[in-house]
Write a protein that binds this ligand. Structure first.
Ligand code: C2E
Ligand code: MG
Ligand code: MG
Ligand code: MG
Length: 281
């Protein structure tokens, strides 16, 4: 009986694997098509100067709109894009679109763009990005790329070349999801970052969890000590905003200020931002 149930377990396992492979293949095929159709577009979430309340920039976040009007979030396709190598083409397409959009924003409003860890295998990545900016006519000073720690751990040799190419061109580099990886601090000493983005998980419990608050304070102190700007992710309520402002955090991002919107909504946000600040003050 034990043997039979073992065999059944194996069979169930095989079936689960078969199904997940089929699912993956289905997503991959659809993803290829979506890239061909330019159906994955950047949306933009505002980055707010916590002291003045002004919009400092926008982070491009990929949104896949299917033909029946559904939106597929990045968590459902970025990983597939990475493992299939489609990320290179997808990312270039998104960056081109984002640069074209950002060109019409006021010069002091920057564009933040996420890079995948696997993209940091490519030593020429920095140069490719610079070329896309040149073709799009967007000043490198207006671009900030966001990378996570895992990207640096797995590709630290190539990453060094890429980061120095980016810096040389005048592009800023932000360390995204700070505090969630396993060697955040060593990354800070090894590479030069312009910004630290404190992960949402620390911001969420800020008001109720004394430990989280101490950790955020320590990260902000680290940023100040190293001369690196800080942004807090995932600010959803007034209490968090005021706390972070009082702790000296430079910028904030989160649903309190706004979710990611299509490019067409940005002029309205920029025009309305001064009113919003006035209302809050
Ligand atoms: P991320 O770079 O850390 O982006 C922030 C994520 O947090 C976004 O999720 C954003 O919508 C979400 N977020 C912002 N404020 C709040 C808030 O107040 N509350 C909550 N609950 N969430 C908030 P999204 O757009 O689903 O993106 C998830 C991740 O996918 C991003 O995390 C980034 O790592 C990746 N991603 C998105 N677009 C791209 C892209 O074009 N290329 C690459 N390589 N990765 C991307
Ligand atoms: Mg990001
Ligand atoms: Mg992040
Ligand atoms: Mg995050």
């Amino acid at each position: 009986a034990a043997k039979r149930s073992g065999r059944n377990t194996v069979r169930a396992f095989d079936e689960a694997i078969r199904q997940s492979l089929a699912k993956r293949l289905e997503i991959e095929t659809a993803l290829r098509q979506a890239i061909r159709d330019h159906a994955i577009r950047p949306y933009y979430q505002p980055l707010i100067d916590l002291r003045s309340g002004e919009i400092r920039g926008f982070e491009a976040l990929a949104r896949w709109e299917t033909s029946d009007g559904r939106f597929i979030p990045p968590s459902d396709f970025i990983e597939v894009a990475e493992s299939t190598g489609l990320i290179t083409e997808l990312s270039e397409q998104l960056l081109r679109a984002a640069c074209a959009d950002a060109r019409s924003w006021p010069a002091h409003v920057h564009l933040s763009f996420n890079l995948s860890p696997t993209q940091l295998n490519d030593r020429l990545l920095g140069l490719r990005i610079v070329r896309i900016l040149m073709e799009a006519g967007l000043s490198p000073k207006r671009l900030e790329v966001e990378i996570t720690e895992s990207a640096l751990i797995h590709n630290s040799a190539a990453a060094e070349t890429i980061l120095s190419d980016l810096h040389e061109a005048g592009i800023s580099v932000a360390l995204d999801d700070f505090g969630t990886g396993y060697s955040s601090l060593s990354q800070l000493s090894k590479f030069k970052f312009d910004k630290i983005k404190i992960d949402r998980s620390f911001v969420t419990d800020l008001e109720h969890d004394d430990k989280q608050e101490k950790i955020v304070r320590a990260i902000l102190g680290l940023g100040q000590g190293l001369g690196i700007a800080t942004t807090a992710e995932g600010i959803e309520d007034e209490g968090q905003r005021i706390n972070l402002l009082e702790m000296g955090c430079d910028c904030g991002q989160g649903y309190l200020f706004g979710k990611a919107v299509p490019a067409a909504a940005i002029p309205g946000l920029l025009a309305g931002a001064s009113n919003a600040v006035a209302a809050k003050a």
